[in-house]
Design a protein around this ligand. Structure first.
Ligand SMILES: *Cc1c(COP(=O)(O)O)cnc(C)c1O
Length: 371
């Protein structure tokens, strides 16, 4: 491998220093002989609830299930509509579809790429039951106006906080605004497990109990099933790993923000390049640093040739995915989401990426776009 190669994501700087700590936690679970719904999950749930400033946290199998079980716990289903961003990872939409409800796309704000609160009203129908804001790329949504709209129209709010652990809107942490909120600890997220994992956070004891039932076969007492649930439990092993990593998230977030600041400094003023912008009142924890250019595909190819890894989040918006052909949307229906899909490029960003590396990525971008 080219020694100057810069991968899109590298776990080494995060994982190498805590290797012994993580392996000791794994060994402790191994030796406990208790592998599902035990002390590690209970302790992680308490710690993550505290981190999220919510009364309750329920560990589940992954982020998609966290969204799905949140919607189920609120009774969303067949015949209902849920307002979702037109630009998001498809999991946000799939969770809605899995309940039998219909995802109703709302275009994002063109500066932040997050759900535009002033466009919610146009998507509202008598069937609308909930709003599912996504704190995309790590920037908190405009939760004030979104919560006000939800209250006015008697809608549930379920935050998709998979990309924004620790972000805030007007000082309040994401994952604490909605009635129920979902997050993912997929390995590449800001807080990642060593496999699939997710969680629901809520201030409602009643809703928490409902999710606890749903994630475990609808059962409180073994072999007694109160409601038709699913099997989506957070593993003891993953909970033990997450307990080790949680205390580091703040340090890692600061590193992400520092890296983003370096990029912004290096790339300011480059022609045909739009940099991320953070709205007043919001903080950004930079799960991704996403730039936009009309020459996206050529730039990506150029970076690849220079050993620099990039990804596109996301190349095809959900409404144009074959999986959603049944909804009958066509190209042009959600032009902002489509423009983002055509122009966005995510640059390397991971705790441990050096200023030198950021400068190198930026130089390659500048040289290309100034040609
Ligand atoms: C990763 C992600 C999910 C899904 O999480 P999984 O754990 O992979 O199921 C949902 N929504 C968004 C915005 C995500 O980035």
């Amino acid at each position: 491998m080219d020694s100057a190669a810069i991968p899109f994501l590298a776990f080494g700087p995060q994982h190498d220093p805590i290797r012994e700590q993580v392996l000791a936690a794994v060994a402790a679970v191994y030796d406990s002989h208790w592998y599902v719904l035990g002390d590690a999950v209970r302790q992680f749930e308490a710690e993550y609830a505290h981190y999220s400033a919510t009364a309750h946290c329920i560990g589940v199998g992954n982020g998609l299930d966290a969204l799905y079980l949140s919607l189920k716990a609120l009774g969303v289903g067949e015949g209902d509509e849920v307002l979702v961003p037109s630009n998001t990872y498809i999991a946000t939409w799939l969770a809605v579809s899995m309940t039998g409800a219909r995802p109703m796309p709302v275009e994002p704000d063109t500066m932040t790429y997050n759900l535009a609160p002033d466009l919610l009203a146009a998507a509202l129908t008598p069937r609308t039951r909930a709003i599912l804001p996504v704190h995309l790329y790590g920037q908190a949504c405009q939760m004030g106006p979104i919560m006000a709209f939800a209250e006015e129209h008697n809608l549930w709010v379920i935050e998709d906080n998979a990309q924004a652990h620790g972000a805030t809107w007007q000082g309040q942490v994401t994952g604490s605004f909605g009635q129920l909120n979902a997050t993912s600890f997929y390995p590449g997220k800001n807080l990642g497990a060593l496999g699939d994992a997710g969680a629901v956070t809520t201030n409602s004891a009643e809703a928490a109990e409902q999710v606890r039932l749903l994630r475990n076969y609808g059962s409180r007492q073994k072999y007694h099933n109160e409601i038709p649930g699913v099997n989506s439990r957070l593993d003891e092993l993953q909970a033990a790993v997450l307990r080790v990593k949680l205390p580091y998230i703040e340090t890692w977030t600061h590193q992400r923000q520092q890296i983003a600041a370096w990029y912004t400094q290096q790339l300011a003023g480059v022609p045909d390049l739009i940099l991320p912008a953070t709205a007043a009142g919001a903080t950004h924890v930079y799960h991704l640093y996403v730039v936009r250019t009309s020459r996206r595909d050529a730039l990506q190819q150029h970076l690849t040739q220079h050993g620099i890894g990039t990804l596109i989040h996301y190349p095809v918006p959900p409404h144009l995915q074959p999986a959603y052909s049944g909804l009958g949307y066509r190209p042009g229906d959600f032009p902002v989401a489509e423009a983002l899909a055509a122009t966005s490029l995510s640059l390397p960003l991971w705790p441990g990426l050096s200023e030198e590396q950021v400068v190198r990525v930026s130089e390659v971008i500048r040289d290309f776009l100034r040609e």
